[in-house]
Structures are given as structure tokens and as C-alpha cells.
Design a protein around this ligand. Sequence first.
Ligand SMILES: [Zn+2]
Length: 211
Amino acid sequence: MKENWFVPDWLEEAPYAPVFRVRDTLHKYGRYAPQTKVVTVADLIKFHGHLCGGLMEAAVALRAAFNVLFPAGVIDRTDLEIVGNNSACGGDVAAYLTGARVRFGSQVIDLSLEGGEFYVRRVSTGEVVRVRLRDEVYPHEVKAQMRRVLSEERAPTDIDRFGELQWAYARRLCEMPPEDAFLVEKRPDYAWPSPNLTGLGRRSDNDFKAG
Ligand SMILES: [Zn+2]
């Protein structure tokens, strides 16, 4: 069995599977690392636990957002804040890819947002972009099957069917450019919401990144 058994063949061959080149610091209080890292969907799966529609939806959404916020291509994970809903899956991707965390107030949960909808702020420039799924890409078939799984009529095969539909949706998302799946707009007027958690302290390990 291959080591990455959790990565399906179609994902390895997908033309637009999102990839992220990120920059972090070298150590706590350390300066920016001179080199970058590559984060793949396989890395996201390891963190989140499984491949699902929400994981791919968030990954492609953020790929589209980063294309605007970091036109040079390298994503600075010390320089981002994000607002999204409380998706079990998309919220993990948001934290991993941005470096933002609910416990530091840099990842904010807004229950009024839709799945796949995020506001992303590049702190050093103040730029804010909003991404959201285009209506024509909305996975109606996944949502209908999810309602069936959550209903009294659920049969065991319905859970398998749900998994198949989620993966089909994830596959569809990485067979087109991210901007074809998501609307991206700059939102300088956006009123950034207050953190969900306060009083726990702020992130400090990047304080001397440029020192
Ligand atoms: Zn998931």
C-alpha cells in the first residue's frame, strides 16, 4: 500500500489541484525563514483527517484569494487574518493555510457566512478580499444527499453515496482555474468582526520576524 493511500489518483492528476508556497519564520522570535515551503492538498488531508468537499472548497477558495493578495506567489503565513463560518472542514483549512487561529483572534468565526465564503486580510497592507463560491458551481447534489444522511430515512449506503458525491465535487473543483469556481473581490470597506475569543493573549512568536 502506498504511503499516501489517502490521496486518490485523480487528485494527483488533477490539472488545478491547489498548491501553496508559504513563508514562515525560522523559529520562535526568529526572523523570516529565507526559504519557503510547499503545502499540498495531501498536507491538508493529514491535518484535517480526510479528503472532503469542504476541504477542497476552502483550499480552492483560498488559492483564489491568495492570487490577489500575494501576486508574487509566496503566501506569508505570519501576515494573515481570516473570517469564515464554522465548517468543521473549511475552518481547518483556513487555519492551516493562513496561520490564523481562533485562539489568537486572527481567525474569526461568522456563522452568517456560507460554506466556501471567506474574508482574508493581509495585515501589513490592510488589503481585504472576499471569496465566495459561484452559484453555478454550488454542489446541489451533495447538499441533497447530506440532508438525506441527516434524516430518519438514512440507509448505510447513503453515507457511502455522500462520500462519493463529495469526492466528485472535490474533483470538479480542481479541474478548473480557481477563479472559475470562486468570485474574488477586494473589500476595503469590510467591517472586520471582533474576535470570538478574547483575554487569551495574542500571538507573539512572530514579533521579531523582520528584526
Ligand atoms: Zn472534512
